[in-house]
Design a protein around this ligand. Structure first.
Ligand code: SF4
Length: 309
């Protein structure tokens, strides 16, 4: 049976990931190996393996960084506590935090300085959430992950504002926001969406074309928030099968033998070569008709940190 493959765009690297990966590469060129990175620079195993081979060392504990080597903060951003700890160690700090995450940090601080209590919608333990929570004193910010958390919220301050993680499900988040507004009609928010353009565009594109697909393959790593959300969007849009796969090696082609039309997209930290190798592997087993489906063109770019320009 000939299979129709819908190759969805936009997919893959966003501007924040491109900037973060370039930042590590340029730091290696400028300072030589090794360079240290707080947390995985982006959540993709292949990107991490490649940078490790070039001399990047990914750490969680700043005590593992020798004082004379540069230290890079990942695209997810870090808390004030980590920034201060790094400054005390006197390492050369290079900040690869995505500017759209920094925008949320700045907004959190603005609300805090005006006396607001903050609600952060996000996923517990995600590094971006830890970084954003850590922009203000702990007692001034509360994490909510779902509607149940909103129901349990008890806040004394009349001045309340919400902010969100940048890589959430657009639909789930809007339901949580609706509940927050019901419970706290006076609640305020960032002037612009905190969920970033790349997350929104990738979700919209999967949603738009999922109805034409029996199955959907999202290429991405398990720990990638935005990739996981794309799997959910495809599932919620009616695809009978929707899977997250790391790469061609983890693709079991037999699982797709009964599906006639398959959508393929990828998370914001996935090199496109991984998507192409998935299609190549499918081609080894099936006759394919591949069609590129583009919902929107993206032209966002971010400048690399000034010390590397
Ligand atoms: S997914 Fe969005 S917030 Fe995250 S790095 Fe990309 S552009 Fe920045």
């Amino acid at each position: 049976m000939k299979k129709k493959i819908y190759l969805i765009a936009p997919r893959g690297f966003c501007a924040g990931v491109t900037r973060a990966v370039d930042t590590v590469t340029l730091t290696l060129e400028k300072y030589g190996a090794p360079v240290y990175v707080k947390h995985e620079i982006v959540h993709n195993k292949h990107v991490i393996d490649e940078l490790q081979d070039k001399g990047a060392i990914f750490i969680e504990d700043l005590n593992d960084v020798p004082n004379d080597r540069p230290l890079i903060f990942s695209a997810h951003g870090v808390s004030k506590k980590i920034t201060n700890q790094a400054k005390e160690k006197k390492n050369e700090i290079i900040d690869a935090t995505c500017p759209l995450v920094t925008k949320v940090h700045i907004q959190a601080l603005k609300f805090y300085n005006r006396g607001y209590d903050l609600i952060l919608i996000g996923h517990k333990n995600h590094p971006e959430v830890e970084g954003t929570m850590g922009q203000v004193p702990e007692e001034k910010i509360t994490l909510v992950e779902n509607i149940k958390d909103v129901e349990n919220l008890k806040l004394k301050n009349d001045k309340i504002a919400y902010i969100t993680q940048t890589t959430l499900s657009v639909e789930d988040t809007s339901m949580i926001i609706k509940e927050l507004k019901k419970k706290f009609p006076h609640i305020e928010s960032s002037p612009k969406e905190d969920i970033c353009y790349a997350t929104t565009n990738r979700q919209n594109a999967v949603k738009e074309f999922a109805s034409a697909c029996d199955a959907f393959i999202i290429v991405g790593s398990n720990n990638s928030s935005n990739s996981n959300r794309l799997v959910e969007v495809a599932k919620n849009s009616g695809c009978l099968k929707s899977d997250l796969i790391e790469d061609a090696k983890s693709l079991n082609v037999d699982e797709y033998k009964n599906y006639k039309s398959i959508g393929i997209s990828s998370g914001a930290s996935v090199p496109d070569i991984l998507v192409m190798s998935v299609i190549e592997k499918l081609k080894d087993s099936y006759e394919l008709d591949v069609e590129e489906m583009t919902l929107d063109k993206e032209n966002v770019t971010f400048r690399i940190p000034s010390s590397l320009r």
